[in-house]
Design a protein around this ligand. Structure first.
Ligand code: ATP
Ligand code: MG
Length: 744
């Protein structure tokens, strides 16, 4: 082991080594991207175990993502072997869950509590607001939830919160009811996990002492993204030494230029004032970057230098110049995705990189869909990190299973998936009876269902339920025969089976998200109808299953792996030989929300810095001239960050960007301003879209069909439909909620 340690120490530069062997007081390592901060943490742990006699159980290391925690554990395990398992290497949230599950009794909670993610908490808050009869325009659930989250990040619980103004009083009331609902559901939201752990440690000195005795070393990665609650949590765990236990050794690493979680209350202050908070602290700077080529580093340094009030850094690399950054101006988002796929293909063909060496980054999660569709079409193996793939969600699969049954009654897998979904009283026993009958008669399961009255052994109630189910299926088949397209059929299925009603009536906040996803699925179907008029349900299913069958894409050779796609936020701390940074448009990246706000713009710029500095050898950047947003084309100007790149680092390709037409189109920015939609909710699907109002005689423009005249209007609200005469394009009936239609 001694020789291993020597070798390890020899692989570090001077300041890195100093950080690894540092003993005693708190240690702060501040340094730019790729300078080995995370590596130093891993090596420090190995050194503690190997040279200082620390037991693995005495180590608590906190990383920002579970993926990072996994990698850290692996890095340490290769250095010290399986002993590494007793260490706690986790995110703040998983660490808190672990402590809270162990100590739940002290707080009068079940240790099996449920965890609500951000979407769940917004939905719960929306229900609370409804119950309090709050005006949904003035007090949207999303905004109340965000304010409660901010309070929790500041460790202000519902009892401690003292409202002043009238809106604050409303907030206080909502906060109280929200917490009450959480307790009734035996649930905690993300912010509760941290706040409750802090309160636990403060309220029960014996519990605090227990953990302080246990963790003699606390190490925190990505310290720039800790918020106040996390800061206090670390302080509580380390202790001040005034009790029976001396303080733990604390080592934190971070880079103020990579702070990208201000919206979660993260504060660079925690880095900037570390020395004041821990007077005996030692600070170490790392300045050599070991990750990227000079060009990539120069681009990153230049962009981040536009931020104000930062400590200038002297980050350098002795890697060579490297290749030029390649830029592409795409016609639209599909063209952009196709270009990315082409470049990847070419790189892999050259044989220098494998798919696993390549990452595609985008600003917001919803951007993955177009990349997924194109990658599937060209057979490029990929995975999306973070976020369940749309077509894998239960409700989406359920709805598609119904469509499949209608299109193909013999699809027994789909049939049995939906036979009792939603619950309609056809139990397993009844299903088994039908199956036996089918076997005996040598007929298909679907036919056996239709002949259920002959089965004999069925209870009257089951028989009735099956007959009703069969009648429903026949109704859907009728719809198809009379020419309903997939969108109308889906709507009818969700309505007539009671599937939607059940979700809408549910008090489980997750169900509201499921409703949104079903809306999104209907708009996928509407898009399909617009793109391929006359397309059948089977055609639609075929298109969708190509997207949904991503799992079955053959992985090209075992170790070649797959291309990774993720948001920029998820990319923090990672590195890839080849990086694609996409959607570089004002209004996309930087995000629409940030355009008018200098502080948010600086945060977006840090995000750009994070993105650029993930690349080791090659960086590709792209933007689209026109991009669909809210179902309509948006001409966004090039991202201002592009102007900030040193000109001699980038080589551009692409079609000459078409000028934006002077009428008929608006940028996403203008459109959002015009509709008064909150810019915070850009990720929403069709579920959030306002239904446009049209009258007979109105002139309209449709994405696919062009100009037309409204000849008939029917239905209201979400169900409103219009029949539009598109001249030579034919006459179409459109569901207004989903149709990509603008009134002229
Ligand atoms: P980020 O700010 O992006 O989190 P970081 O400062 O944590 O970056 P690391 O991920 O630890 O940087 O290191 C970046 C890369 O440089 C890694 O591949 C790491 O193995 C390598 N590296 C760091 N220090 C050295 C060194 N002394 N010798 C060789 N390679 C090194
Ligand atoms: Mg790191």
């Amino acid at each position: 082991l001694g020789r291993e340690l020597d070798r390890m120490l020899a692989s570090l530069n001077g300041p890195q080594r100093q950080a690894v062997v540092h003993e005693g007081g708190p240690l702060l390592i501040v340094a730019g991207a790729g300078s080995g901060k995370t590596r130093v943490l891993a090596h420090r742990i190995a050194y503690l175990l190997g040279a200082r006699g620390t037991q693995p159980g005495e180590i608590l290391a906190i990383t920002f993502t579970n993926k990072a925690a996994g990698e850290m554990k692996e890095r340490v395990a290769t250095l010290v072997g399986p002993r590494a398992r007793a260490m706690w290497v986790s995110t703040f949230h998983s660490m808190c869950v672990r402590i809270l599950r162990a100590e739940a009794g002290k707080l009068g909670m079940k240790s099996s509590f449920t965890i609500y993610d951000q979407g769940d908490s917004v939905r719960l808050m929306t229900m609370v607001a409804r119950d309090l009869d709050l005006d949904a325009k003035r007090y949207p659930g999303r905004s109340l939830a965000a304010q409660v989250s901010n309070l929790k990040n500041e460790l202000i619980d519902e009892e401690a919160y003292v409202p002043g103004t009238a809106p604050e009083k409303v907030l206080a009331e909502a906060y109280k009811l929200y917490q009450q609902r959480l307790r009734q559901a035996h649930a905690m939201d993300f912010d509760d996990l941290i706040m409750t752990t802090v309160h636990l440690l403060q309220a029960f000195p014996d519990v605090a002492e227990h953990y302080r005795r246990r963790f003699r070393h606390v190490l925190v990665d990505e310290y720039q993204d800790t918020n106040h609650a996390q800061y206090v949590l670390v302080r509580e765990l380390v202790g001040t030494g005034t009790g029976p236990v001396p303080p733990a050794e604390l080592c934190v690493v971070g880079d103020a230029d990579q702070s990208i979680y201000a919206f979660r209350g993260a504060t660079i202050r925690n880095i900037d004032e570390f020395e004041r908070d821990y007077p005996q602290a030692t600070t170490i700077l790392l300045e050599q970057n070991y990750r990227s080529t000079q060009r990539i580093l120069r681009a990153a340094n230049q962009v981040i230098s536009k931020n104000t009030g930062r400590r200038p850094k002297n980050l350098w690399t002795d890697a060579g110049d490297g290749e030029l950054i390649e830029g592409y101006v795409a016609e639209n988002e599909h063209d952009e995705a196709a270009w990315v796929a082409e470049q990847i293909d070419a790189l892999v063909d050259e044989g220098t990189v494998k798919p696993k060496d390549i990452a595609v980054f985008y600003r917001t999660n919803n951007a993955s869909r177009v990349f997924e569709e194109v990658f599937i079409r060209v057979g490029m193996p990929y995975k999306v990190v973070g976020g369940v793939r749309f077509y894998e969600r239960k409700e989406v699969r359920d709805a598609l299973a119904y469509l499949k049954v209608v299109a193909n009654p013999a699809d027994v897998v789909s049939l049995r998936r939906v036979i009792n979904t939603p619950k309609r009283g056809i139990g397993e026993r009844a299903e088994a009876c039908i199956e036996n009958f089918a076997d005996r008669e040598r007929i298909a399961f679907a036919n056996a269902l239709r002949r259920c009255s002959e089965v004999g052994e069925l209870a009257t109630r089951s028989l009735k339920a099956i007959q009703e189910f069969v009648a429903l299926l026949e109704e859907f088949e009728q719809l198809v025969e009379t020419g309903s397209g997939p969108a109308a059929l889906l709507e009818s299925i969700l309505d007539r089976t009671g599937y939607l009603a059940e979700l809408q009536a549910s008090t489980d906040p997750q169900d509201e998200g499921r409703v949104d996803n079903l809306n999104e699925l209907i708009s996928v179907a509407a898009e399909f109808e617009a793109a391929s008029p006359g397309g059948t349900v089977t055609d639609f299913l075929e298109q969708v299953s190509l997207v949904a069958d991503a799992d079955q894409i053959p992985v090209a050779g075992d170790d070649a792996g797959v291309v990774t796609m993720m948001t920029l936020h998820t990319a923090k701390g990672l590195e890839f030989p080849v990086v694609f940074l996409t959607g570089l448009e004002d209004g996309v990246f930087p995000h629409l929300r940030a355009l008018g706000d200098p502080r948010e713009l600086e945060e977006e710029r840090r995000l750009a810095y994070v993105g650029i500095t993930r690349a080791q050898q090659r960086l590709f950047i792209s933007r689209a001239t026109v991009r669909t947003s809210w179902g309509q084309p948006a001409y966004n100007p090039p991202s201002r960050f592009l102007d900030e790149l040193p000109g001699d680092t980038v080589q551009w390709a692409g079609k000459e960007p078409a000028p934006a037409p002077s009428t008929g189109y608006r940028s996403a920015q203008q459109r959002v301003a015009a509709t008064g939609l909150s810019t915070g909710g850009l990720r929403g699907g069709a579920g959030n879209r306002a239904v446009i109002a049209v009258d007979v005689g109105d002139r309209v423009s449709h994405d696919a069909f062009g100009l037309g005249t409204v000849v008939e209007v029917s239905g209201a609200g979400d169900k409103a439909q219009a029949t539009v005469d598109f001249g030579s394009g034919g006459t179409k009936r459109l569901v207004l909620r989903y149709a990509p239609l603008v009134k002229l």
